[in-house]
Design a protein around this ligand. Structure first.
Ligand code: ADP
Length: 307
């Protein structure tokens, strides 16, 4: 079983000719509501990409998260269930909205995003304690940083102490205590997050040497493996047995929303299926490459049979 602990959002996506200036009202184009949030995206990617050999005993993917008591909460829970995700530990919290991302996408595909965490901020260590039996059944536990850090730290410690494989996607980027990094089996940042976590000076783009320096620093803090995603350039992996580059698939990208989430879901699903780290990285990248040829978050995540 794979357990994902993290955020669930409704993405409100509006196409606009250009991003409006402060104070300006601009008529936009088509509008869509698309289920998203890093946690839910990664759960959906795991559920769609994990091998299902026996119908009688399907590989379970479960989420630990919070939704608001609003219409989006109802839709977001239904979206998880439609992908076969166990939502027993997805709580509905009274008097709060579900997480929402207001996304504007301009004619060049550039986006601007405002996030309201809503119920994601209500995920507490008590929710993690209540899910202890579920976490104890997992092979892999996956987390991100869109829910409170105190809760994430509590969950990482529990999963680590239970001997689980702990995967952390440190997004959105924030500084993390060394003690927390030392409990991570696979840290999966993108370039910017890797630079921030390793406290490198912020530059527009990092050189290969910068990325290697960031990886070495994070591994010195105790992360067993660090996989830095580099968009169209692929993945630079600092594995316990050495560094290795894995090129991305060549595709025509239309929308890179959830590329990282799809990579993580594919990587974790493949690890759960018993593939090697190198095979799992390649599998995750095949899934992510397909996702960037499609629009939206969960609407772009492929199914196993499509790969
Ligand atoms: P994030 O979305 O978290 O910033 P990245 O942009 O690094 O993550 O993308 C994650 C992975 O998705 C990459 O490592 C790569 O495998 C795949 N990917 C992203 N953009 C492209 C692209 N333009 N072409 C092919 N693969 C891509």
């Amino acid at each position: 079983m794979i357990v994902i602990i993290g955020s669930i959002n409704m993405d409100l996506v509006m196409r606009v000719p250009r991003i409006p200036h402060p104070g300006e009202t601009l008529s936009g184009g088509p509008f869509q509501t698309i289920p998203g949030g890093k946690g839910a995206n990664q759960a959906v990617a795991c559920a769609r990409l994990v091998k299902q050999t026996e119908r009688s005993a399907p590989q379970k993917v479960a989420m630990v998260a919070c939704l608001g008591d609003d219409a989006f909460g109802v839709q977001l829970r239904a979206a998880l269930r439609s992908d076969g995700i166990d939502d027993t530990h997805v709580s509905t919290v009274a008097n709060i909205s579900s997480g929402v991302a207001a996304i504007q996408v301009d004619a060049n595909g550039q986006n601007s995003i405002a996030l309201a965490a809503g119920a994601n901020d209500a995920l507490t260590p008590a929710h993690i304690d209540a899910a202890r039996n579920l976490i104890a059944q997992a092979k892999i536990v996956v987390l991100q940083l869109e829910t409170p850090l105190a809760t994430i730290s509590h969950a990482i410690k529990m999963a680590h102490d239970l001997g689980k494989i702990v995967v952390l996607n440190p997004a959105p980027a924030q500084a993390l205590p060394t003690a927390l990094l030392a409990q991570i089996d696979y840290l999966i940042p993108n370039e910017i997050e890797a630079g921030m976590l390793a406290e490198l000076p912020l530059t527009a783009s990092m050189s290969d040497a910068d990325i290697d320096a960031a990886m070495a620093k994070l591994q010195a803090h105790g992360c067993r493996n660090v996989l830095v995603t580099l968009g169209a350039k692929g993945v630079q992996a600092g594995l316990a047995n050495g560094a290795q580059h894995f090129p991305a698939q060549v595709v025509k990208a239309i929308d890179t929303t959830a590329a990282g989430d799809t990579f993580i879901g594919g990587f974790v699903a493949a690890l759960a299926d018993g593939l090697s780290e190198a095979e799992a990285i390649q599998f995750g990248q095949r899934a992510a490459a397909l996702s960037v040829t499609r629009i939206g978050a969960q609407t772009s995540i492929p199914y196993r049979h499509e790969l």
